[in-house]
Design a protein around this ligand. Sequence first.
Ligand code: UTP
Length: 295
Amino acid sequence: MPNTPMKAVIPAAGLGTRFLPATKAMPKEMLPVVDKPAIQYVVEEATQAGIDDILIIIGRNKNNLSNHFDSVPELEDNLRNKGDEDKLAKVQASSELADIHFVRQGEPKGLGHAVLRAKAHVGSSSFVVMLGDDLIDERDPLLTTMIAEHERTGATVVALMEVDPEHIHMYGAAAVEETGTDGIVRVTGLVEKPSKEDAPSNLAVIGRYVLTPSVFEILARTEPGKGGEIQLTDALQELAADPDGPGVHGVVFSGRRYDTGDRVDYIKAIVQLAADRDDLGPELRPWFKEFAAKL
Ligand code: UTP
């Protein structure tokens, strides 16, 4: 648990083109994963790590997102009148989770640009960035380890995960060296979406970061990079290469992660999370077995 709770920033202003047409009028972070939008899992993860101030960066279709974290008196009255306490609690839970703020990213100019929009809200403290379509299973906590590493060293901390070399072109890839502490590496370089041949390793940067406010000054002058977007990876590369700074450390994660921004991984996430649930699993698990046997 951090000494002074950090603020969390959740960028959710991307176009979500891999999910069109579902994301034509709805951000991909609002796609349901079983019965909750993906972003609610991320907000819950933040609160479990002791964070209660959350800034969501929104793009077009902002209303869906902000409405979800607002109270809905007429729906609540309806459920209360019916005596449906269980559903009432579910509806109220999302509006009582944390102190949630919103800021617009006028144009989707990249993840780095989205993070820069958080500058006024975050101020001069270290903060957490959590991608709203990247879910970390609550049984495998990652954020608390990352925050502890930042508090111990003052370094920027990224989450790294080993991926199949065939998939490294979809991520930022890290060049690393050992620190002597199990599961923690020093990041010596970062490359955004490299080809398999150019990747410095198969350690991919996944959607959790602990950043220092110095990143804002770098992002403000970072030119568009890969895909014509202002890349957070490029700013982190500068911090990793700075011999006078605290550098960038990586927490190597080997737990359960679900990338709900990718169609196949999104379906896998729903199947796994539903099968594990006490209310749905008993009915689903035998059905999955029967279905798989027919494939
Ligand atoms: P992605 O590259 O996964 O999101 O960005 P995307 O561009 O919306 O997805 P596709 O490829 O078109 O399907 C990673 C995260 O950064 C946010 C996204 O919402 C996502 O959470 N993002 C990206 C922004 O907030 N603003 C941007 O300009 C770009």
